[in-house]
Design a protein around this ligand. Structure first.
Ligand code: ZN
Length: 305
């Protein structure tokens, strides 16, 4: 599942590829994904893309008629961009976006499964195309006036973004008095958005914190963050920033077609490493997996307390 750094990488790729372009046509090949497509989706034809923002894992595409096209990649959504019909003819994608490390494809056979999961296709006036492919169809597409964004039901309850000015004080205020496990608190989008399962595991490991530790135990009696919570926030920012940098570097390498885009998989210290030695120097522990709220948590019982 694409997490925040992957979505940010997609955003940067879309900015490079389609910002400033005018949509000539939108090809809609099914009625919807997780939800039905908006009835007026085809009316984006004629609009120019002014900008592409991100809120949590939602891509917010600003149209020049003061509407916003919202796109969430769900479990398996991805965009593939082609610079022109010539690129299409050559079957040479400009950008291959992320899909959890699974090799991604381009047009038709190149987008995978013979193109049958290419549910939406934006055709631009200059011949460029953006193809949205989503085999599991958990993605979301919505379209609404910019004035409705603040109250949009998917956006209104989201917590803060995990970058500046978010800090340990903000996290402490959110965790104060809560008995929930710290791992689950980090996955709660009202606590902070977009940390996600992989990056929550990695951050807790770096911080040496047990994923099961009660959230409120990381907050002082006066409501201020403990030193351990301060450290955790630093690790969360580090882990996400490293993933952003990894995503940015893969984005610049259009030749990378081997499925390594997105997750910085080779750098995971605990995620997906059940039964393998802890990579923390001098630890000597073995990574374990436990299930919290139906999600796998990977951690080292020796150095995470
Ligand atoms: Zn360890």
């Amino acid at each position: 599942m694409p997490e925040l750094p992957e979505v940010e990488t997609v955003r940067q790729g879309l900015i490079q590829g389609i910002q400033g372009k005018t949509i000539a046509d939108v090809l809609i090949r099914r009625e919807g994904l997780r939800y039905p497509f908006p009835d007026d989706l085809a009316t984006v034809a004629g609009c120019t893309i002014n900008g592409i923002r991100r809120r949590a894992k939602y891509l917010l595409i600003d149209l020049d008629d003061d509407r916003v096209l919202l796109s969430h990649l769900g479990m398996s959504g991805r965009y593939t961009l082609f610079d022109s019909d010539e690129a299409k003819a050559n079957a040479k994608p400009l950008l291959k976006t992320v899909n959890g490390g699974v090799p991604v494809s381009s047009f038709g056979d190149l987008t995978g499964h013979g193109g049958k999961h290419d549910h939406l296709e934006f055709v631009f006036e200059d011949g460029a195309r953006a193809v949205y492919t989503d085999p599991r169809r958990f993605g979301i597409i919505d379209l609404f006036p910019a004035t409705a964004e603040a109250e949009h039901p998917l956006l209104v309850a989201l917590g803060p973004e995990p970058f500046d000015p978010w800090d340990a004080n903000a996290l402490a205020a959110r965790l104060n008095g809560r008995r929930t496990a710290i791992k689950l608190a980090l996955l709660d989008q009202k606590t902070v958005v977009g940390v996600g399962n992989i990056y929550a595991c990695e951050s807790l490991h770096r911080a040496g914190l047990s994923p099961r530790r009660e959230a409120k135990g990381l907050v002082k009696a006066n409501g201020e963050p403990t030193a351990r919570l301060e450290a955790l926030v630093g690790h969360i920012k580090d882990v996400l920033n490293e993933a952003l940098e990894a995503g940015g570097s893969t984005l610049n390498d259009f030749a990378a077609v081997d499925g390594t885009l997105g997750y910085f998989a080779h750098q995971f210290a605990v995620y997906g490493r059940e039964g393998l030695p802890c990579q923390k120097e001098g630890c000597g522990g073995v990574v374990r997996r436990l299930v919290q709220s139906n999600r796998s948590t990977f951690y080292c019982p020796s150095c995470q307390r």
